[in-house]
Design a protein around this ligand. Structure first.
Ligand SMILES: [Zn+2]
Length: 240
């Protein structure tokens, strides 16, 4: 699990290297499962992410309690996305289970769809519980007003693959969160190799905004950073 965390946090700089993957061509999502045996589940898995959220079942009343109390550590260009690594201490509690916030990162457009539609961007807040389980909160961003927190973050955005920059203590990430914390919930996977399953996915119904210029600043570096939606198979999507 330790190696796994490192991969999530510093995909590009793990000693010994890791099989290259991308979003287009021969290293693109359609080929991930065949690139190397470690990525097999990208092809063989039956509970993969993202998915199109098209109808959902009302589940037991459940909420995400956000305790985002710490500041970000640094902002990294890992070659696939822009990622913000967090100082220890921020967490969510879901159904009594605590997940620590490790990092959050961006995709454009959103990976999950709602009723067949992508949002302009998405933030994935990646958390991990003591038992190793990952819990990822997806926050969809619609094109509209500039996002104040993203404005702060983008000032420090490293443009070159592998670069990182420290972030000042004034970036208050809980201000990214929408007021509406209702969410869609299902069991899925990492949306990047190795596509490991058992991820507790929570896609917030409330959305935030991002301006066209802010989107462009990201897509200039990462023109298309999404895996296509995967079959839902036997799974249920719960509405919380
Ligand atoms: Zn992601």
């Amino acid at each position: 699990m330790f190696v796994f965390c490192l991969l999530l946090v510093q995909q590009s700089s793990v000693a010994g290297g890791k099989t290259h993957w991308g979003y287009t061509g021969h290293e693109g999502p359609a080929h991930w499962g065949g690139l190397v045996s470690d990525y097999r589940v990208c092809k063989s898995g039956r509970e993969q992410s993202p998915v199109n959220i098209n109808g959902s079942t009302t589940g037991r009343s459940q909420s995400i309690i956000f305790g985002y109390s710490t500041r970000p550590n640094n902002i990294v260009n890992n070659g696939h996305t822009i990622q913000v690594n967090m100082k220890k201490g921020s967490r969510i509690t879901v159904n009594g289970k605590i997940y620590q916030l490790r990092q959050f990162h961006f995709h454009s457009p959103s990976e999950h769809q709602v009723n067949g539609q992508h949002a302009a961007m998405v933030i994935h807040f990646v958390h991990q519980a003591d038992d190793g389980q990952l819990g990822v909160v997806g926050l969809l961003l619609d094109k509209g007003k500039p996002n104040k927190i993203i404005e702060q973050l983008w000032q420090y955005m490293p443009e070159d693959h592998g670069d990182e920059a420290p972030l000042p203590a004034t970036v208050d990430i809980k201000r990214l969160l929408p007021l509406n914390r209702a969410f869609y919930n299902y069991s899925g996977s990492l949306t990047t190799p190795p596509c490991s399953e058992g991820v507790n996915w929570m896609v917030l119904k409330g959305r935030a905004s991002v301006s066209r210029a802010q989107i462009r600043k990201f897509t200039k570096l990462f023109p298309r950073s999404i895996r296509p939606v995967q079959p839902i198979n036997h799974r249920t999507i719960y509405s919380r």
